[in-house]
Design a protein around this ligand. Structure first.
Ligand SMILES: [Zn+2]
Length: 241
């Protein structure tokens, strides 16, 4: 299969529309502006993101449109959605099939670096956890075929301007890379604002806006999990690619 955009670059494999804007919008925007190909694979359509958490196909349609809005704002060259994975129920689907689908998506595109969720999935959402696990298994399968990306990162939101409000795993707490996203912070705000159907967007947007207005530096954190960065970690690296 061929694509009109180049292989390599930066890719992320995440669970829901809006994970990209919370998690790695800044790194994507910087990579895009530097000329790298940027790609996102989202496993669910987020149809359970309704007020009461029940699945609603119309909510999935809204969230897919919000994802397109965010992708344009961030500068994503390609966004893919998997079929057949219910929002909130990814862990109930055959894990090996999910690994195979992610591996096939990566093998077709050959990104240089891949971002996914760490062991606690930032928020503890079970979809995040299983997508992170499946992505790391997919990379190991690709490595057996000599097709692994150069680097795999998990999102480590310890530099979040709204403060660390999550119960992170040790891996997610131990960032190895601190990416300055100050210059693209407004795009991160705008991308988050695309996901207007989601109630928890407001707090993140307000924190980022306050940081921008105060002139504070804004960072995204990542832990490189493949190849592992030996402990103790050196000074933070500042680039993913
Ligand atoms: Zn999510």
């Amino acid at each position: 299969m061929s694509y009109p955009i180049a292989p390599g670059g930066l890719a992320a494999v995440l669970a829901h529309p809006d994970d990209e804007s919370f998690g790695c919008a800044g790194a994507f925007a910087l990579a895009h502006d530097a000329g790298a190909t940027t790609r996102l694979l989202v496993v669910t359509r987020g149809e359970a993101g309704s007020a009461d958490g029940s699945a609603d196909p119309a909510v999935g349609d809204v969230r897919e449109a919000e994802l397109v809005c965010a992708a344009r704002t961030i500068g994503l060259d390609e966004v893919s959605l998997l079929d057949g994975y219910p929002d909130g129920g990814v862990a109930d689907q055959p894990f090996d099939t999910l690994v195979s689908e992610i591996a096939a998506w990566l093998a077709d595109r050959r990104p240089a670096a891949v971002i996914t969720f760490g062991p606690h999935g930032v928020t503890g959402h079970p979809d995040h956890v299983v997508v992170g696990n499946a992505t790391r298994w997919a990379v190991e399968r690709l490595a057996d075929a000599g097709l692994a990306p150069n680097a795999v990162y998990v999102v480590s939101p310890i530099f979040d301007p709204s403060g660390n409000r999550y119960d992170l795993s040790p891996e997610e707490q131990a960032a190895t890379h601190r990416i300055s996203v100050t210059e693209v912070a407004q795009r991160k705000v705008d991308a988050l604002a695309c996901h207007a159907s989601q109630a928890d967007i407001g707090e993140e947007v307000a924190a980022l806006r306050a940081a921008i207005e105060d002139g504070r530096p804004i960072y995204e954190g990542y832990h490189r999990v493949r190849p592992l960065v030996p402990a103790p970690h050196p000074a933070f690296d500042a680039a993913l690619l």
